[in-house]
Design a protein. Structure first.
Length: 332
């Protein structure tokens, strides 16, 4: 959102008449152009001395939080053990499992949706771009994949409700999106525990690709379905221009793992074992309807600022006294 900040620029040159007293510990080179920083600023809060500043702001008119959660079970996922200092036949005991990945997002720069049965296009924002560098041989894609998790749709004109008996300031609109296919970057499932009393760490082969349509060359297919979202949000009834923002956040979690395999060396570079896993995908979505408003804000005139505690004063005593600030209140 737009913010209004009033900062005192302490780098400006100060006239000698504006300096009442300076801190002797400060390293000053020329008293004529020295300006001391004020820690405890005395501010004139009289209403007649305040100034009105017009601003153009963005205001969140309404927001909705949605989620889609899917659960899956795979009876056979292959893990590769990082070390080989174990004996054949040792039992494998798994103590911990987790999913490690860089990002979950959408590849589409434009999402097609519906708003009250009318076509609506959401465009990816530049700030949401994530460049996924593929560091495995698990994908036929290029070395980089562009992913997004924030989108915006701008509605130039909202249909105006001219019913004089309707005093509501907003109307409910339906927003629908379907078949959203999420993409994961550099996914690995990591398991750790003990083999025959010795610590081990194992992981699946890294994967970058769709979560709903995995490559046949990959050993594990996540198998999630494309996601649909439906919501009802408020938009202004009076015909203001509206921007609709969407934010997606994805989380892949391994809930449970189990194996009955024992350690077995083979001719492969890394020994492996198979395990069954239960896992879930959670997609959170936030929708904001945002409007622009012209506002008048009461703010402090930064020319009416004086500094206490024997440091410095940005304006002369005569100026402060004219604006209701006593030197005795400043301890100078």
């Amino acid at each position: 959102m737009d913010e209004l900040r009033n900062n005192v620029d302490y780098q400006d040159k100060c006239n000698e008449e504006n300096i009442i007293e300076t801190n002797k510990d400060c390293n000053k080179t020329n008293s004529k152009d020295y300006c001391s920083f004020c820690e405890n600023i005395k501010i004139d809060s009289n209403i007649p001395n305040l100034m009105v500043m017009p601003i153009l702001s963005k205001r969140i008119f309404d927001f909705v939080c949605l989620k889609d959660e899917q659960f899956k079970y795979d009876p056979c996922v292959r893990f590769y053990i990082e070390d080989d200092n174990y004996c054949d036949g040792d039992p494998i005991c798994i103590d911990h499992v987790c999913a490690e990945y860089d990002f979950i997002g959408l590849r589409d720069k434009v999402l097609d949706g519906k708003m009250d049965s009318q076509n609506l296009k959401f465009h990816a924002t530049n700030d949401s771009l994530y460049v996924c560098s593929i560091n495995c041989g698990c994908s036929s894609e290029n070395d980089e994949v562009y992913l997004y998790d924030e989108y915006v749709a701008n509605i130039k004109e909202v249909q105006i409700d001219n019913n004089p008996n309707n005093h509501k300031v907003s109307i409910k609109s339906r927003i629908f999106e379907e078949n959203l296919t999420f993409y994961i970057c550099n996914l690995k499932i990591i398991a750790s525990g003990k083999i025959g009393g010795k610590y081990f760490r194992a992981s699946t082969k890294p994967y970058t690709g769709e979560l709903s349509n995995c490559s046949k060359d990959y050993e594990w297919d996540p198998g999630f379905k494309p996601v649909d979202f439906y919501s009802r949000v408020d938009i202004p009834r009076v015909g203001k221009k509206v921007s609709i923002f969407e934010e997606f956040k994805g989380y892949l979690t391994i809930d449970c793992i189990n194996t009955y395999d024992t350690y077995k060396k083979d001719n492969e570079l890394l020994a492996s074992f198979d395990a069954s896993i239960e896992y879930s995908l959670l997609i959170n979505k936030k929708i904001y309807t945002v409007i622009k408003e012209k506002l008048s804000v009461l703010t402090i005139n930064q020319n009416i600022i004086c500094c206490p505690e024997n440091r410095a004063m940005l304006k002369s005593p005569s100026y402060c006294s004219l604006n209701g600030i006593n030197r005795s209140d400043l301890n100078i």
